[in-house]
Design a binder for this molecule. Structure first.
Ligand code: PMP
Length: 423
């Protein structure tokens, strides 16, 4: 919106946050892979509601199914059928899932998984990794990026500030360890022998430059967690049902004890789950570990998830997502090469990020993310918006590819990418 706020929306908004850079975009409608803003501009969408609307916007099956639930009534507080069917589908799709518990958001589901691990082991300490994001809860929102703490100064009152020179440290009951570094992992585990309830990670670091695990690293993590009697938790909020029907654990062939899901699970509505091996999850069933929530797996959200997962259970759907993403990633690589701008595209087809490192080399370790030119990514995003392509505003998070993006839309996206790099 030139010179004025989008659609005349007042700047005296009562919201406590502002829109993303470079200017607020107010969206008014969406259909398939496309969204429209209040000024009538259209964009092909690779943010898709932070990765949630994996089947695209206003998917006809979801619209019909959800309208039906709303018309019938959204009663909960007793057992509900979609919740049970959804749990069965998740246990069919996810290798580690023997028992499932639902929540409303990824943050809550992570907390539930951590509680289950603590209840199971009788220990309290959690090992997490530098730059991995597990939601906004006070304990796990620990960042050791000196310029940001996800919990904020009041959210984590006992947080000890870290610096890149001091890679690992203890904050509350959380020990932060460098990622993709087996020696550091063993040093941290040995220093806290017998103390960890859980080791938690994002198998693909979706919230920090889409860093991939180095070959063999997840296997070593699995072995180390077992050897130390800690519950291994994969936070699959981003990778779950996106990188294939079985998520990252199928992609890499490494089975955690518990996996956490949200985003793609709900197809755009708020629902989350943690699912894992019976032995650990039974701490919840026995009531030894408490977890609850009024809206957990409400019939509306459980129906949305059921419709979405039924579609994603077909491997052809996630294969299509992967192939579409690889095409875009290749277009970025080619444009960066042609226009001589150092840039690496990392991740997988279904979720990836363009990172502007000084030499164009990919990033494997957290400390290398400090070398990423984030303003350059913002410029790319701005130029893409001008050409009708919408992606994440935050240069360290990732692009999420919708299942419904068409061949024409992909061609348009590739052309926009070339134009944006040229500009
Ligand atoms: N874990 C990961 C890997 C995430 O990406 C997110 C959200 N970006 C969360 C947890 C938290 O989920 P929510 O925002 O639904 O609380």
């Amino acid at each position: 919106a030139k010179g004025s706020l989008a659609g005349g929306i007042s700047s005296s908004s009562r919201l406590t946050s502002t829109g993303p850079h470079p200017y607020p975009l107010y969206m008014s409608s969406g259909s398939g892979a496309r969204i429209r803003d209040v000024d009538g501009n259209e964009y092909i969408d690779y943010l898709i509601s932070y990765g949630s609307a994996i089947l695209g916007h206003a998917h006809p099956s979801l619209t019909a199914g959800l309208t039906e639930v709303l018309t019938r009534g959204t009663m909960f507080g007793t057992c509900n059928v979609p919740e049970v069917e959804l749990a069965e589908l998740i246990t069919d799709m996810v290798p580690c899932a023997e028992l499932v518990r639902f929540a409303n958001s990824g943050s809550e589901a992570v907390q539930g998984a951590v509680r289950a691990a603590r209840g199971h082991t009788g220990r309290t300490k959690i090992l997490k990794f530098e730059g991995h994001y597990h939601g906004w809860s006070d304990t796990l929102a620990v960042s050791n990026r000196p310029d940001e703490t996800e919990a904020g100064p009041y959210g984590a009152p006992r947080a000890v500030p870290h610096s890149p020179g001091i890679p690992a440290g203890v904050v509350d009951d959380v020990v932060v360890c460098p990622w993709n570094d087996p020696e550091a992992l063993h040093a941290v585990l040995d220093a806290h022998r017998g103390e960890f309830a859980a080791v938690i990670c994002e198998p693909i670091v979706a919230n920090n430059a889409c860093v991939m695990p180095l070959p063999g690293y997840l296997e070593r993590l699995r072995e180390a967690a077992t050897a130390h009697g800690a519950v291994l938790i994969f936070d699959e909020v981003c990778t779950g049902f996106r990188t294939g029907p079985g998520g990252a654990q199928s992609l890499f062939g490494v089975r955690p004890d518990i996996a956490v899901y949200s985003k793609a699970l709900g197809g755009g509505l708020p629902i989350a789950a943690f699912a894992g091996v019976r032995e650990v999850m039974e701490t919840l069933a026995s009531g030894r570990v408490k977890h609850g929530g009024t809206y957990n797996a409400s019939p509306l959200c459980a129906t949305s998830a059921l419709i979405t997962l039924t579609a994603l259970a077909d491997p052809a759907v996630t294969r299509r997502i992967e192939e579409a993403g690889l095409r875009i990633a290749e277009a970025i690589r080619r444009a960066a090469h042609d226009h001589r701008i150092p840039c690496a595209v990392q991740g997988v087809g279904a979720m990836f990020q363009a990172v502007f490192t000084p030499d164009g080399a990919p990033v494997h370790r957290y400390r290398d993310t400090f070398r990423i030119h984030r303003r350059r990514y913002n410029t790319l995003r701005h130029e893409l918006l001008r050409r009708g392509v919408h992606c994440n505003a935050y240069g360290l998070a990732c692009w999420f590819v919708p299942a419904v993006v068409t061949g024409d839309e992909l061609a348009q996206t590739c052309e926009a990418i070339d134009g944006a790099f040229a500009a």
